[in-house]
Design a protein around this ligand. Structure first.
Ligand code: AMP
Ligand code: GLY
Length: 415
């Protein structure tokens, strides 16, 4: 099987690494680490005509679309119209991530447990709604409705904070057009986990659960990021709660999509919070999580490439082998991320690392013969072990040996 992976982040490096065990892999545009794993082509994911042309020219059997941007823009539809099998939903399914306002409406329609909310295009209406929430003794989450690379959410504990977040999102447009509409919702408290489900129409199969760390700094402080680390399995999550999540969050959304005639072929990522012992859906994404993927794929045995092929073909989802090991990923970021950060810092990665360690590249590129930083999240250092504790110790030993100027990482992933 020949597979083309679209994207250039840590998630795509993990996809290329895993698929490469079972298929011939090509990636566009990739990054410096991906270029060491497989062939790369300089084609932009946003240029759908060029992606279709590349898929045809390379005679691939399958295209796996990594990031949400091209999915929301309809790349999967373009590929399918050209007769090319694609893993990833079309525009109609991707709107579940492309519009948080739409997604919340779908959740309510499907009866999925989620935080009470309102959606707004007028900043004064949004402030009035937030004020009512505070009057009732609640805090709020202010969310840009459009896709904002995981950074468009602000948790606000006072009305002043909410006002500032609404001003920044809706008026100053710090997230661009993504902030045209906002969702203001009740702030929930509890532990979070990510459930990634392979979906092919009616058929579905969930990958092992992972927990992601969204905040920039230790102890869940600082601004939201795309994700600073992850681990799997999530031992505090009982089988009962997982089952309840499948029944109350995943299944009703699949049914709601079917009712709307959406033939979803890809991965449905449910972002969940356990509050008062019940799973609440914070969001759906329509792609693999980052850095959950760098973690979860380390725990898979054989059958992953075949599962993605089957999903793209609209066939029932076959199960993938799950290994008993635990896995953890620590993200190494550039100084300043998720705000402004420098680029072009030279990376020094030891050539000899333990066999349990895989270093997935995210924001890296080649400059002459050097690998240099080119993004906010630079590397995802993943390790496996008999349990989280040993995987964690191995991952952090490797992290300490990897150098670049201004490197920044959390030291409490999996602790
Ligand atoms: P989202 O992109 O909607 O998943 O939000 C990103 C992150 O913001 C989540 O992973 C949570 O950590 C936090 N968050 C989102 N919505 C809420 C909420 N209603 N209550 C508390 N935290 C939230
Ligand atoms: N790690 C969070 C996400 O991929 O959206």
């Amino acid at each position: 099987m020949r597979v083309l992976v679209i994207g250039s982040g840590g998630r795509e490096h993990a996809l290329c690494w895993k698929l490469g065990q079972e298929a011939e892999v090509l990636c566009a545009p990739g990054n410096a680490g991906i270029a060491e794993t497989c062939d790369v082509e300089k084609v932009a994911p946003e240029d759908s005509a060029a992606v279709v042309e590349l898929a045809k020219r390379s005679e691939v059997d399958l295209v796996v679309i990594g990031p949400e941007g091209p999915l929301i823009a309809g790349l999967a539809d373009e590929l399918r119209s050209a007769g090319i099998a694609a893993f990833g939903p079309g525009r109609d399914g991707a709107v579940l991530e492309g519009s948080k306002a739409f997604s919340k409406r779908m959740m309510i329609e499907a009866g999925v447990p989620t935080a009470e909310y309102g959606d707004f295009t007028d900043v004064d209406d949004a402030i009035a709604f937030a004020a009512k929430m505070f009057d009732r003794g609640k805090s709020v989450a202010v969310k840009a409705s459009g896709a904002a690379l995981g950074k468009g959410v602000a948790i606000c504990h006072t009305l002043e904070e909410a006002r500032a977040a609404l001003q920044a999102t809706m008026v100053d447009r710090v997230f661009g057009a993504a902030g045209e509409t906002v969702v203001v919702e009740e702030c929930l408290y509890g532990k979070e986990f990510s459930l990634l489900t392979l979906v092919s129409g009616d058929s579905s199969w969930s990958l092992p659960v992972a927990q992601d760390y969204k905040r920039a700094f230790n102890g869940d402080r600082g601004p939201n990021t795309g994700g600073m680390g992850a681990y799997s399995p999530v031992e505090w999550l009982s089988n009962g709660l997982l089952h309840e999540t499948e029944e109350r969050v995943v299944a009703p959304m699949l049914a709601a999509m079917k009712k709307r005639g959406i033939d979803f072929r890809g991965v449905l990522y449910s972002g969940l919070m356990v509050s008062d012992g019940k799973p609440f859906c914070l969001e759906y994404n329509v792609r693999f999580g980052d850095p959950e993927t760098q973690t979860i794929l380390r725990r898979l045995g054989s059958g992953f490439a075949e599962a993605l092929r089957a999903v793209a073909a609209g066939e029932p989802v076959p199960e993938v082998e799950v290994l008993p090991e635990a896995a953890i990923t620590v993200v190494m970021a550039s100084e300043g991320y998720p705000g402004k950060y420098p680029k072009g810092k030279k990376l020094l990665v030891p050539s000899e690392l333990p066999g349990e360690v895989v270093v997935f590249h995210a924001g890296t590129s080649l400059l002459m013969h050097d690998v240099v930083t080119s993004g906010g999240r630079v590397l995802g250092v993943s390790a496996t072990g008999g349990d989280i504790e040993s995987a964690r110790a191995t991952a952090y030993r490797a992290v300490e040996d990897i150098q670049f100027a201004g490197r920044q990482y959390r030291t409490d992933i999996g602790a």
